[in-house]
Ligand binder design. Structure first.
Ligand code: NAP
Length: 521
């Protein structure tokens, strides 16, 4: 048998070879989906309590391996172990708990009350039916948290799962496989498949999955949606962001600076909901910028070997080149910058120093699209209206934040922002809240994940309408049709919705004339 192609996993902060993982074939993907289908039929009949017990075993495994998982996330992405713990391992433990606990409440049978007197004999209920086998394609920037949320939701809702993680983070993918294995699921229900992105889209869509959950870039999202359309395959897209932070004149400035620092620079800014554009009311612009620049200069950057860094490296060389080009473009067009000089600039690894750009304009790449790097752009605005207008000028609409001491004002501003999540005096952290939905407006995606809405998205509703009065043998509108039946039904409409008492009475009389027909088939 010919030896398999393997993908090498490299630590982007040190260049160290971490391991290599064999590539699967499309045939193996199709076989994995078929095996998952076979196991899913029985899994869908497990009680919520039985599924819950398995998710809680997975959580226990995570709890028993916190340090190893955080270390592997850090090694494969270049982010710090602290970032890995706070934004990946921690949210996964809480998400497993939340979905294990909430799925029964969210997905159990729901009764529906009759909508009008004409249908009082009908009793309806809605069951949430698992989709079948869920395909998940996930990115490298949160290689543990993003797929684990979706795996947990899919399983609790009664589905099988076939997962592809990014080629950059295959060893974290193997940790996901270990976590899921600890749940002792039926054989074949879950599979991890390693296919390169260049072939994965068509392969997944043709594989027999019943819904695809994709998290990644806008161009790939568009490509997948076009492929899915051909098969009418349901698809959920969690795509890019270009998040804005609005700093009002009455904000707690040190807190706002702390928030901008964390949400702008953690994971080296490679977060879909990283702070990228900061709009500051002119009254506090100088104060905010001075403090932000000072704090950015103090960030410690490097490979996380001695617990003495705040931020690590970028994850890929192409991302490093992209960020450099964005900074060059901004400076060429007149931006000024504060550039941290403490870091690993010039050392091995994909490091770009943290940068604050000022004097920015909408023509600069830094303001136009997603940067995905350790870079924030700060712009002075006349007032909140200008900040809102500039925030909404993006064709991406993932998240945004409002910084003010006036919470009522913050909520009014939030209502005007064209984004999927607005945080008040915080940013980005709600991705870690399993209880709140996640997803974007505009080109930031389609559908929602996380929370009760995310659990529902792993199912389709089936409504059952039952007739509870056995002596009713025929609905009013069944055959044969005559002028009298038409008038009687029109009378029913008048009885229900006419304004005057006289019209209602006349309607009731006409309805009364045809009412006996319900007793004869
Ligand atoms: P990407 O290039 O779109 O890749 C994401 C995943 O898709 C990877 O597993 C990749 O596999 C795979 N892939 C690549 N090309 C594909 C194709 N033609 N068909 C099917 N799959 C394909 O994105 P990325 O650069 O890894 O991730 C960064 C992007 O994700 C950013 O835009 C970020 O904002 C977005 N993101 C969004 C969210 C959110 O929740 N909205 C969260 C995180 C990230 P390979 O690695 O094998 O190429």
């Amino acid at each position: 048998m010919p030896s398999r192609t393997k993908v090498r996993s490299i630590n982007p902060a040190t260049g160290e070879l971490l391991g290599s993982v064999p590539v699967n074939t499309q045939r193996e993907l199709t076989a994995a989906v078929a095996a998952s289908h076979a196991a899913q039929a029985a899994w869908a009949r497990y009680s919520f309590a039985e599924r819950r017990a398995r998710l809680l075993r997975m959580r226990q495994f995570v709890m028993d391996h916190i340090d190893e998982i955080a270390a592997m996330i850090s090694s494969e992405t270049g982010k710090s172990r602290m970032d890995a713990l706070s934004t990946e391992v921690f949210p996964v433990a809480t998400a497993l708990t939340f979905y294990a606990r909430e799925a029964e409440r969210v997905l159990s049978r729901r009764r529906v009350r009759p909508g009008s007197i004409l249908t009082v004999n009908k009793r309806s209920y809605i069951d949430r039916v698992p989709m079948g086998v869920i395909g998940i394609i996930s990115p490298w920037n949160y290689p543990f948290a993003i797929p684990m949320h979706e795996v947990a939701m899919a399983l609790m809702a009664g589905n099988g799962v076939v997962l592809k993680v990014a080629s950059q983070t295959l060893l974290v993918g193997q940790w996901i496989e270990r976590v899921v294995r600890a749940g002792n699921l039926p054989n074949g229900l879950f599979s991890l498949i390693n296919l390169p992105g260049s072939v994965a889209g068509k392969a997944f869509i043709d594989s027999g999955i019943d819904k695809l959950f994709f998290t990644g870039s806008v161009p790939v999202g568009k490509e997948l949606m076009a492929l899915a359309a051909n098969r009418l395959l349901p698809i959920s897209l969690e795509l890019g962001g270009n998040d804005a932070m609005i700093v009002c004149a009455d904000a707690d400035i040190p807190r706002a600076v702390g928030g901008a620092l964390w949400a702008g620079f953690s994971n080296s800014g490679q977060s879909c909901a990283a702070v990228e554009r900061i709009f500051v009311e002119k009254k506090v612009y100088d104060e905010f910028l001075t403090l932000l620049a000072d704090r950015v200069m103090k960030l410690r950057q490097g490979a996380d070997t001695g617990w003495d860094i705040d931020i690590g490296s970028l994850t890929t060389r192409s991302q490093l080149e992209k960020v450099k080009a964005i900074v060059q473009d901004a400076v060429a067009k007149g931006a000024r910058m504060y550039r941290n000089g403490n870091g690993a600039d010039g050392t091995k690894g994909f490091f770009h120093p943290p940068v604050v750009l000022t004097d920015v304009t909408p023509a600069m790449e830094a303001m136009r699209g997603e940067v995905f790097g350790p870079l924030v752009s700060v712009m002075k605005v006349e007032n909140v209206d200008e900040a809102i207008e500039r925030t909404n000028a993006s064709d991406l609409g993932l998240a945004a934040s409002v910084w003010t001491r006036d919470r009522a004002k913050a909520r009014t501003i939030a209502a005007r922002l064209e984004v999927g999540s607005v945080m008040i005096n915080d940013h980005m952290m709600s991705h870690g809240l399993a209880e709140t939905p996640w997803g974007g407006f505009k080109k930031s995606g389609l559908g929602r994940t996380h929370s009760a809405i995310g659990l529902e998205a792993m199912t389709q509703p089936r409504v059952v309408i039952d007739d509870i009065l056995p002596f009713i043998r025929r609905d009013l509108w069944w055959y044969p049709h005559t002028r009298a039946v038409y008038d009687g039904l029109k009378g029913a409409l008048q009885l229900l919705f006419a304004q005057s008492f006289g019209a209602k009475l006349s309607g009731a009389l006409k309805l009364g004339r045809i009412a006996p027909r319900i007793f004869h088939p």
